[in-house]
Design a protein around this ligand. Structure first.
Ligand code: GDP
Length: 443
């Protein structure tokens, strides 16, 4: 996925630092040179990369080496904080307070994913117990109107059925009245897109803004276009006053530069990210989680949030508790497998799991529906005791389990390895700094 290369590069840099006894100006400078190269290669704006490295240097050099951290860990900590800040520090929620219907105006270039994102956002609002109404206002492309009407149908949401004969301003006025009449509290307007930023379009959007008085003007930008997305965001912001950016296609293999640069270049916060074509593939953008994802620490929080959507909250909390206390058993693992199907795309879920090692391992296994069935069969062939305590599963038990499930010992081994790795990494993540009671004495 998007940040794989950058993650790999940074992890290598940190690994080299790990061998050093303490942080000196020299070893930090050489590490930072490499960090800067890695950022540039990830298509981060050159000025952003330069400022970023300078701010890290300032924080790192001369800092007392903390007893509990190795130099590598210490730099990771500093880089993590700086990356988080670079992306805006904290999640920026939508501003939805106001006299209903509050309006969200969606703007962006053609092909950026604007229409899809409008529907995704409506779906999210429904989950938050709001009642959105959708409005297609791209009168230059009948297909765009049809697309949004179809998506609204899938979501069973009211849609103001505009026609290409109408002027956008007229659509805006009538849609406002329609939303009121339908008792909708939120109006999502999908505006026209062009291939390039042009003044005519900007003028039209400006007139719509006056009529709609939107709470938010959300720019939808394609992360795959890298620095172009940053430029486009800047132009829209200058001419229209963008209140938030939604960065799409972060599931693709672009290098991530846009996500890292947009905030500091344009001063517009990224509010959501699109991570797939399906309507559930929209996530609140959390700078801190994105940063730990980039640094290869995984994104446990996002995963738990996703899990909460699919499971109920109580279950998710129990799960978090189990990871924390290290009582996550193979039985829990099996339940996870069963329910993971509900979570949508598997790739998406795997992308959030901590530890690239495990990710690659699972990818090699080419996890698909059939693989799930096999993994479930393996766990089913275990005894209750084995599921509770995987440590007792010795060679002869592995043989028996393989025979019982019609699989091979290698497959049993692989499953146990995945289970153990995820357990270990989740525990580290959940434990946070103190890593539970046992280790406290060491710090
Ligand atoms: P618009 O012209 O800006 O309205 O763009 P569309 O909503 O029609 O989307 C253009 C294409 O991008 C479609 O094929 C969408 O399925 C795809 N798309 C939108 N968002 C995402 C995303 O987050 N990830 C991926 N992989 N594809 C997306």
């Amino acid at each position: 996925t998007m940040f794989d290369n950058l993650s790999d590069r940074l992890q290598k840099i940190f690994k080299n630092l790990r061998g050093q006894g303490k942080l000196t100006e020299e070893n930090i400078q050489s590490a930072l040179r490499e960090v800067r190269m890695a950022l540039l290669e990830a298509d981060v704006h050159y000025k952003v990369a330069k400022d970023f490295v300078a701010s890290i240097a300032e924080r790192a050099i001369g800092q007392e080496v903390m007893q509990s951290l190795t130099p590598g860990q210490q730099v990771i900590k500093i880089v993590n904080e700086a990356l988080t800040e670079l992306m805006g520090g904290r999640a920026e929620p939508l501003r939805l307070i106001g006299k209903p219907p509050v309006c969200l105006m969606m703007v962006g270039l053609q092909g950026s994913g604007k229409t899809t994102t409008t529907a995704k956002l409506a779906r999210k609002l429904v989950q938050e117990k709001r009642r959105p109404c959708l409005v297609p206002a791209d009168v230059y492309r009948p297909a765009a109107i049809d697309q949004l009407v179809t998506l609204a149908g899938q979501l069973k949401l009211p849609v103001y059925a505009s026609s290409v004969q109408q002027r956008p301003e007229e659509i805006a006025r009538e849609a406002l009245a329609y939303a009121k009449q339908q008792n909708c509290d939120t109006l999502l307007v999908d505006t026209a897109g062009r291939l390039h930023v042009d003044t005519e379009l900007m003028a039209e959007l400006g007139r719509l803004k006056e009529i709609l008085e939107p709470n938010e003007i959300l720019l939808v930008a394609d992360a795959m276009t890298g620095q172009d997305a940053v430029q486009v965001a800047g132009k829209f912001h200058d001419m229209l006053g963008v209140t938030g950016v939604i960065l799409t296609k972060l599931d693709g293999d672009a290098r991530g530069g846009a996500a890292l640069s947009i905030r500091s270049v344009t001063n517009c916060p990224i509010k959501f990210i699109g991570t797939g074509e399906k309507l559930d593939a929209l996530e609140v953008f959390h700078p801190d989680r994105m940063s730990s994802r980039i640094l290869g620490m995984g994104d446990v929080l996002s995963m738990i949030e996703k899990a909460q959507e699919a499971f109920d909250e109580k279950q998710a909390q129990e799960l978090a508790q189990k990871f924390r206390e290290d009582t996550f058993s193979l039985e829990d693992f099996r339940n996870q497998l069963k329910q993971i199907k509900k979570l949508g795309s598997l790739e998406q879920i795997l992308g959030m799991l901590p530890g690239m090692g495990m990710l690659k391992e699972l990818k090699k296994m080419q996890v698909d529906e059939k693989e799930f069935v096999r993994m479930e069969a393996i766990i089913n062939s275990m005894t209750k005791g084995e599921r509770k305590n995987a440590d007792i599963i010795n060679a002869s038990r592995r043989r028996r389990i393989a025979d019982g499930s019609g699989t091979s010992v290698q497959e049993v081994n692989r499953l146990l390895k995945s289970y153990n790795e995820s357990r270990k990494m989740m525990r580290q993540m959940m434990g946070g700094g103190s890593a539970g009671k046992k280790k406290k004495g060491k710090v």
